[in-house]
Design a protein around this ligand. Structure first.
Ligand SMILES: *[C@@H]1O[C@H](CO)[C@@H](O)[C@H](O)[C@H]1NC(C)=O
Ligand SMILES: *[C@@H]1O[C@H](CO)[C@@H](O)[C@H](O)[C@H]1NC(C)=O
Length: 917
């Protein structure tokens, strides 16, 4: 885009008849814009008023904007049933975009918003990052699918500090996503424009002008609708300048003031696109002989034949009005015409005023002109000399250098009058009335929940479930229904992968199958029906996926945002409670930063989404390595600690069949004789390392294996730790992998006569028989590990994996002997600094309808009382208050107020309970 540098020397800056002389002007490769709005309702006007995309002169405008699309649940949608192409019938979108076939340079944008759209939808969408991301990503897809070149936001209007801030965030996120999407897809970037107010109060209250301007390609200033039927005296729709006799306040209501205010507040001239109207605003005069400016009126003028709206006439309707005998008056101060006939009065623009305004735009070096709308210009050329689009055509002639056509003077149709009457000063408009929000009745008794249970714990037992365990043969076959819903506090489904920037389930996991027609996901999630406090997370990655998918999604901010956004949808649709990131493993400075950014983005989006959806936040955890080398190479521990709910440290696999000497899978401590390097390969050392690097103790979840690592000994008489091994142990009959045995397989091994040894230094057992050797964990070592964990103050235990414990209880007659030992040992343990009561250890009798308050800090939230419509719960931090509504009202959760029963869907009466949803 060529730049146009213009420097003016202004002699009398504040005079309305400013004389400016241009000193220098760089060569102007013409990049000026004529931005034309197309409205999807003009097709419904009667007869000659009907306007469709084929009526557009393709060369008339540089930019066409389709008004308006709509927004549903923060996502772009269409508004009119004719917009979309369907059943082989081309929709209005496609028909407008088709203009590009005749003018390759034309850009077609879609506008969202407008006056009837209101401000509330924008307010809510812009209010948090998650909603904004919903909008941003729906917009990109929506626009690209329909071949639009960009988006035009018409939020009428952001008001006040929050809106101001959120509007900037929205524009920033749109622009950044547009940039990255373009880079990613190697396509021209989607354009971003906005339509903004020209009213000084609205500008000051709603726009952080320099920031807004920075993210937009251009700003369409709606420098019209300054006066209209909402006032009680005549006034022009879009005066270029103010009348000299106006009140100070009313002087702000003109194009010059509004546009220059944007410039003064920091909008670059080249991004300013000045709005012009192809319509006028009309009045019914209080007395037909008082027909000048600022004369008393009695409401809007009569509706036009085609536009059919009181107080409003299209240019071609104004032309008819003049042809019928209306008197045309040129106001030389405001540089606009008006006309009157009897008690009808209209202020409008004609070719003359349009050309003056275009010259003013050029002189000021603004980026171009916008016009509202295409369909209200005289597109048939019925007014004068068959000249089509006299107004918009004039804009192109003045600004784009289109061939000039003879000017058609409207005043030639009428007897020209130069206004001489002194205008009457107008009163100042009354301020808007503020709406007063409904206020909540705060009179209540207070219940503080006390649960004096000595066995209660807030420690976590996070159990990984592996989907491939169902493929094990015979007694090893593990089904989701084998999971005891009260055993663990968290079940983490391992694994899903990542494909096309979203979560990709392993084959079949997401598709219903079997007689119950349930997917594997649903079967695992069904555990929550039995234990509503159980959290089920989905783990993405794992060693199977490796690092590639994570490298892919963190390649650009756009891809990452897309993944974050898609992941939330994926998890929520299936009712998962959270996401576990198993990136094995980030390595190097670049990965380290990317991992941190990914975790931060996910966390922030989860927070935003929770607020927006009024649901508990999705949990975010990560499976992280135990090795001090891997930690140093890939993790900014202090930073990721801020965003993760749990750091699941894989404190196992310290030794295994990749070594040529036997070593224990998961020693708590080191052998006294170990080398200083070997001393670092223990559960104890790893956990301390994570804490030292910045992990919070309460977030650190200690990995505990329900499997052992086995070896084939070189010499059957050498069986101590460090004895030579020739290979991994023989594969287990069920798990089928050399070097690994599930606990239930180890149990068989012991029963077959293996010798069990307790290693008093490493505090773990191992067993051997013939040339087979296995290091593993049993009830004794787990008791020790949990005692150690409690003493250190860590947040709980992570189990890899639930399907390798003795889930059938065939070994000792007790199901899940290992996990049950952990659970038993954690009873009564209070993890310091951990607020959320997440334990299942003793909550088997929890009432599923009971409201549990676990808000952070003193955060307040509201919850329905399912048993009584007329009551509700308020959580204040962990304190729960049971509140009654005032007489005859029931609680309305959508609005957090007590409301009339007819406004609350699930309450039929004040006395009843809630209908199940
Ligand atoms: C096995 O180790 C024992 C004890 O050190 C040794 O006496 C024996 O020779 C070794 N056997 C083989 C085959 O190396
Ligand atoms: C494993 O399978 C083999 C071959 O079928 C069998 O001989 C052996 O007894 C099985 N081991 C156990 C512990 O069941």
């Amino acid at each position: 885009m060529g730049t146009l540098t213009v420097i003016f020397l202004c002699l009398a800056a504040f005079s309305l008849t400013v004389e400016c002389s241009r000193l220098t002007s760089s060569k102007s490769t013409n990049s000026k814009k004529i931005v034309c709005y197309f409205t999807n309702w003009a097709q419904y006007r009667p007869n000659e008023g009907k306007y469709v995309p084929e009526d557009i002169d393709p060369k008339l405008c540089t930019h066409l904007i389709f008004a308006f699309g709509w927004m549903k649940k923060h996502k772009i949608s269409s508004f009119d049933s004719t917009d979309e192409t369907k059943n082989g019938k081309k929709g209005m979108y496609e028909r407008l975009v088709d203009v590009k076939q005749k003018n390759k340079d034309a850009k077609v944008l879609l506008a969202i918003g407008g006056w009837s759209f209101g401000t509330q939808r924008f307010k809510e969408m812009a209010s948090n990052r998650y909603n904004r991301q919903l909008f941003v990503f729906s917009a990109i897809k929506y626009l690209r699918d329909r071949n639009f070149d960009g988006l035009d936001l018409d939020w009428e209007f952001p008001r006040g500090g929050d809106d101001k801030k959120h509007f900037v965030s929205l524009l920033k996120e749109l622009r950044e996503a547009f940039e990255e999407e373009a880079k990613d897809k190697k396509m021209p970037r989607l354009l971003l424009s906005i339509a903004v107010s020209a009213g000084s109060e609205t500008i000051r209250s709603g726009y952080d002008v320099p920031a807004v301007a920075a993210y937009c390609d251009f700003i369409n200033i709606m420098s019209y609708d300054f006066h209209g039927k909402w006032e009680s005296q005549t006034g022009h729709n879009s005066p270029l300048y103010a009348l000299s006799t106006e009140s100070q306040w009313r002087k702000q209501l003109c194009m010059e003031f509004g546009v220059k205010l944007w410039e003064k507040m920091g909008a670059p001239k080249e991004k300013i696109v000045v709005g012009l109207a192809t319509y006028g605003r009309s009045f019914t005069l209080a007395s037909p002989d008082k027909n000048g400016m600022n004369e008393p009126t009695r409401g809007g003028g009569k509706a036009g034949t085609f536009t059919r709206e009181e107080g409003f006439l299209s240019y071609y309707e104004v032309c008819d009005f003049i042809k019928k005998g209306a008197r045309y008056v040129w106001d030389d101060e405001q540089k606009v015409p008006y006309a009157y006939l009897g008690d009808q009065w209209v202020g409008f623009d004609d070719e003359k005023s349009i050309r003056i305004k275009l010259n003013w735009i050029k002189e000021n070096g603004y980026g171009g002109a916008m016009v509202w709308t295409l369909d209200m210009d005289d597109f048939h050329g019925s007014c004068l000399n068959d000249k089509k689009y006299p107004l918009i055509g004039a804009m192109g002639e003045e600004l784009l250098g289109h061939a000039k056509r003879p000017v058609s003077d409207l005043d030639a149709l009428s007897k020209k009058v130069i206004k001489t009457l002194p205008p009457t000063p107008a009163p100042i408009l009354p301020k808007e009335v503020l709406l007063v929000a409904r206020k909540k009745d705060d009179d209540t008794e207070e219940i503080i929940e006390i649960k004096p249970d000595p066995d209660a714990t807030n420690a976590r037992i996070a159990c990984y479930y592996t989907s491939w365990s169902m493929k094990r043969p015979g007694q090893g076959k593990f089904q989701p229904e084998h999971i005891d819903p009260f055993l663990c506090t968290h079940i983490i489904f391992a694994f899903a992968s990542i494909k096309d920037d979203t979560i990709s389930p392993i084959e079949g996991a997401d598709t219903p199958s079997g007689s119950a027609k349930k997917s594997l996901y649903d079967r695992v999630l069904a555990l929550k029906e039995k234990n509503p406090n159980l959290k089920v997370l989905l783990s993405v990655g794992g060693w199977i996926s490796g690092t590639a998918p994570f490298k892919q999604i963190t390649k650009s901010g756009y891809r990452q945002s897309l993944f974050v956004f898609n992941a939330i949808e994926f998890l929520r649709q299936r009712k998962f409670d959270g996401l576990d990131i198993a990136w094995e493993f980030p390595r190097g400075a670049e990965d380290k930063e990317k991992f941190t950014n990914l975790v931060r983005d996910l966390y922030e989006a989860f927070v935003g989404e929770a607020k927006a959806a009024e649901k508990p936040r999705l949990l975010l955890t990560a499976a992280v390595p135990a090795s001090f080398e891997a930690v140093a190479a890939g993790y900014d521990v202090a930073e990721i600690n801020k965003y993760l709910d749990m750091l699941n440290v894989m404190t196992y696999d310290f030794h295994g069949n990749w070594e040529r000497q036997v070593g224990h899978n998961s020693p708590l401590y080191a052998l006294f004789s170990a080398t200083s390097y070997q001393k670092k390969l223990t559960v104890d050392y790893s956990a301390k390392e994570w804490i030292e690097k910045g992990a919070s103790k309460e977030k650190l979840i200690i990995g505990i294996p329900t499997y052992g690592r086995s070896f084939t000994l070189k010499n059957t008489s050498l069986t101590d730790i460090g004895a030579p091994a020739i290979d991994g142990g023989i594969a287990g009959n069920y798990t089928g992998e050399p070097g690994v045995l599930a606990f239930f397989e180890i149990c068989d091994f012991l029963k077959s006569g293996a010798i069990l040894v307790w290693d008093n230094e490493q505090m773990v057992p191992y067993a051997y028989k013939d040339n087979q050797w296995v290091g593993f964990d049993d009830q004794r070592s787990l008791k020790t590990k949990v005692q150690w964990l409690k003493e250190a103050g860590y947040g709980g235990a992570m189990i890899w994996s639930i399907d390798m414990d003795d889930f059938r209880g065939t070994c000792m007659g007790l199901k899940y002997p290992l996990i049950n030992t952990i659970k038993e040992e954690l009873k009564g343990y209070n993890v310091a600094n951990l607020e959320v009561l997440s334990s299942n250890v003793l909550n088997s009798l929890a009432d599923k309808d009971e409201v549990v308050c676990d808000e952070e800090d003193g955060h307040i939230s509201y919850h329905v009382d399912k048993k009584e419509c007329a009551k509700y719960y308020m959580c204040e931090g962990k304190r729960r208050h049971h509140m009654p509504c005032p007489v005859n009202l029931v609680f309305n959760l959508n609005e957090n107020v007590c409301d009339w029963p007819e406004n609350v869907d699930d309450c039929e009466s004040v006395t009843g309970g809630r209908k199940p949803s």
